[in-house]
Ligand binder design. Sequence first.
Ligand code: SF4
Length: 356
Amino acid sequence: MDFAKTIVDWYAQHRRDLPWRDVGDPYKIWLSEVILQQTRVAQGLGYYKRFVSAYPTVEDLARADEDDVMRLWQGLGYYSRAHNLLKAAREVARQGTFPTTYEGVRALPGVGDYTAAAICSFAWGMPLPVIDGNVYRVLSRFFGIDLAIDTTEGRKYFAALAAHLLPPAGSADYNQGIMDFGATVCTPSQPLCREGCPLAETCKAAAEQQPDRYPVKSRRAAVRNRFFVYLFVTSEVGVWLHRRGPGDIWQGLYEFPLLEFDHKPTPSDVAAHPAMATLGIDPASLAEIVNGMKHVLTHRILLADCYVASPLRKLQEVPEGFLAVAPDELPRYAMPTLLERIKQRLISLGVQGIVR
Ligand code: SF4
């Protein structure tokens, strides 16, 4: 069986009609690739459309205000992608044009091997293999490769195999084809081996009847619980917010004052937390309103409580590093999904100081 031809033929019949396909615009292809990392197409599509409508060109994005970009990104997670997107757009604007070589694209902030290859292949048809999670899965299953994909040896092996399989002409269709095939036929769970997969006849994993065995990974990172308590503090000057700093997955997003614990905290633990004094919060004012809201990240499970709290004194000022926001202004501040969910809970409970 000619593996590449089978994929290209399958793609010609089953390709998904997506707005960033066949546009030849590296900016739009790049935008779609960044959005679709860690995000399914169905969810990413709306974000892509909103971004293109707000920033039709890379120059428009380069001129954007960071808070506006973060607000558009809100809910997608992995916020460093949005920061890098903006940084790279500004770099492109500084250079005056989108780089047109693999090396030039790869040098942009936040652009790795995969994204650079995808942009160069899909925008200009450069003969480069594009290897994402879908490609690792399809290749490892079809060829029955049990080399771990998270090792240098494994990555090198798959890179060489992918380069070897790349057809001399039409590499963009092949690359998009194998990615689509992995996303819709050779899916992580319940692949369609017996439901029309055109590779089934010679697929090793199907012959072994264990597609789930592939791809192999050498280690699975331990998942750790983190215990957060957010304080919803309203004072005369407004609701207290803090902007997350650099080096953080939620960099640039806003949140309520946060206390962290190494265990599930009781109300007395919260009242005794040293930050209560630093923030000037009255421990007697604490009232728990959200308990154990769960938010799952790749290697962390966040378990968040939220307490309504008041400052010790009627302060006109907020503690250093915080700002006070009028309740009806809150929607203008981009928050991580966990905080958005807490905010929605506060709204549904009719907590004073928060408005729909
Ligand atoms: S037969 Fe099954 S495991 Fe093999 S490529 Fe097709 S869907 Fe994937």
